[in-house]
Unconditional design. Structure first.
Length: 202
């Protein structure tokens, strides 16, 4: 996800917001924080509610405040559009490493973002080591799914069955095996086109 935000989606989002209880210990987020500071102009260490963009605990009030701010920005931009083409500013909400917290993964206001916030130009990303812990509604609404090699057979079977509508279990499992055969490689599934990729390669 870090590489996707910094490179693949570089310039797409006006701001990025991260919720992760382990971000201070996870050095892989360093390039993202640098990008947020130097390119997006965000303060990644601020705890001021008006500026805070990185959180180690999930509070619905933080999410509501960010959504309200983005909604107001989009509303004002639409009001001045007046018939001419105007690029709408978008933001990305990322929740990482909360798989063991059902209050976040299943019952938080973040789940509703998958259903209601696309019109506010808000994109959402869930990073989880457990497919089954994700809210079923959120799973259905995912437009892109990145799957690395899984150690748990039951977890793998759940993912393959969920993504195997087009090709069936056996062929989808074969696709997964090919895509994840090399170290650090992954399978990417586009729900928009019902297409599988190995490291974004068709």
């Amino acid at each position: 996800m870090q590489n996707i935000l910094v490179n693949h989606y570089r310039g797409v989002f006006r701001q990025i917001y991260l919720w992760s209880p382990t971000y201070r210990l996870d050095g892989s987020w360093a390039p993202v924080f640098e990008y947020m500071r130097k390119v997006l102009g965000q303060d990644t260490v601020s705890i001021d509610p008006k500026e805070q963009c990185v959180f180690d605990t999930f509070n619905p009030e933080d999410l509501s405040r960010i959504v309200a701010r983005q909604t107001e920005i989009v509303k004002k931009r639409k009001e001045i559009k007046s018939g001419r083409s105007v690029e709408m500013p978008s933001i990305c909400l990322v929740v990482d490493d909360f798989a063991d917290d059902p209050a976040v993964m299943r019952r938080s206001g973040f789940v509703t973002a998958f259903l209601r916030l696309r019109h506010q130009y808000i994109s959402c990303a869930l990073l989880s080591q457990r497919w089954r812990l994700l809210d079923p509604t959120a799973r259905v609404k995912l437009t892109g799914i990145q799957v690395f090699r899984l150690r748990d057979v039951d977890e793998l079977n759940q993912v393959v069955r969920s993504l195997g509508a087009k090709y069936g279990y056996k062929q989808t499992r074969e696709i997964y095996d090919v895509c994840t055969a090399e170290p650090y490689s992954f399978m990417y599934f586009s729900a928009l086109t019902n297409t599988f990729y190995g490291r974004f390669e068709h």
